[in-house]
Design a binder for this molecule. Structure first.
Ligand code: NAP
Length: 255
């Protein structure tokens, strides 16, 4: 459908949630896929689960650790050959007010959401530039467009993802490499969402499904909603789109 057959793709944080759905969609399109995830056992299990649909390889490591990226992403590149599509999806969300949150939570948020994207992109993109082609899709957030109480670190890190998307698009567009982002809204059925829902439930706050009744499309998003937008941006259907962050939120912004 998207003309991606035979393309080689890497997805970070591909063991769970949105990353897993992106990997599944890419496989269904006929791509060879590499997933890189912190949790090696989960990455193996996902590779086994999705393996019937196509060629999937995995490596484990922490995107915030430059040496681990060098080794793990390097191993995926060696196994797959030249990479056509990079999806920077790995991310964390630590809830806490800016004046209260620990230094460790602030640093982990930026280490993974920002430095991680920086390390992985600097490992994969030069080869795309050299080969004069490729597509990078970063997973930002609807919180990368506006600040929110108790999400200051996360919002700031996702604003950074949007800025890095625009800047890199300016830098490497002339070499035929496009760089875009998807800004998911309230997405359920992911590990991150399950964890934050458990916390909200304990605090007596409304669930994601309840909150979604207030958005125009009256439902939460699912990982596959994000995966379809990623595939569009990765494909030649988006050949004249670069530097954009597309919101996939069910109209959360029109609320
Ligand atoms: P998820 O289910 O927790 O998936 C995140 C994946 O990233 C997990 O497999 C996780 O592995 C991996 N990961 C975390 N830290 C990593 C690290 N340092 N190095 C390598 N891999 C790492 O969460 P998700 O909801 O699918 O989130 C995916 C992306 O969407 C994130 O960038 C997130 O910010 C963004 N997003 C999500 C929502 C939402 O509502 N769910 C909304 C907006 C944006 P482990 O499980 O081992 O930690």
């Amino acid at each position: 459908m998207y003309g991606l057959k035979g393309k080689k793709a890497i997805v970070t944080g591909g063991a769970y949630g949105i990353g897993k759905s992106i990997a599944a969609r890419l496989l269904a399109e006929g791509c060879d896929v590499g997933i890189f995830d912190l949790d090696g056992a989960a990455a193996d299990a996902t590779a086994r689960e999705l393996g019937a649909a196509g060629r999937i390889v995995c490596a484990s490591g922490d995107v915030s650790d430059k040496a681990a990226v060098e080794n793990g992403i390097g191993a995926l590149m060696a196994a797959l050959g030249p990479i056509d599509i990079l999806v920077n999806n790995a991310g964390i969300c630590r809830v806490g007010k800016l004046l209260d949150m620990s230094d460790a939570d602030w640093q982990a948020t930026f280490g993974i959401n920002v430095d991680g994207l920086f390390h992985v992109t600097r490992k994969v993109a030069p080869q795309m530039v050299e080969r004069r082609g490729g597509a990078i899709v970063n997973i930002a957030s609807w919180m990368g467009k506006s600040g929110a109480a108790a999400y200051g670190a996360y919002c700031a890190s996702k604003f950074a993802v949007v800025a890095m998307t625009q800047s890199l698009a300016c830098e490497i567009g002339e070499f035929g490499v496009r760089v875009n982002a998807v800004g998911p809204g309230l997405i359920v059925d992911t590990k991150m969402r399950d964890e934050s829902e458990a916390q909200r439930k304990a605090e007596g706050l409304p669930s994601a499904h309840d909150r979604a009744q207030g958005i125009p499309l009256r439902r939460p998003g699912y990982p596959d909603d994000i995966a379809r937008a990623v595939l569009f941006l990765a494909s030649d259907e988006a050949a004249f789109i670069t530097g954009e962050t597309i919101s996939v939120t069910g109209g959360l912004w029109n609320d």
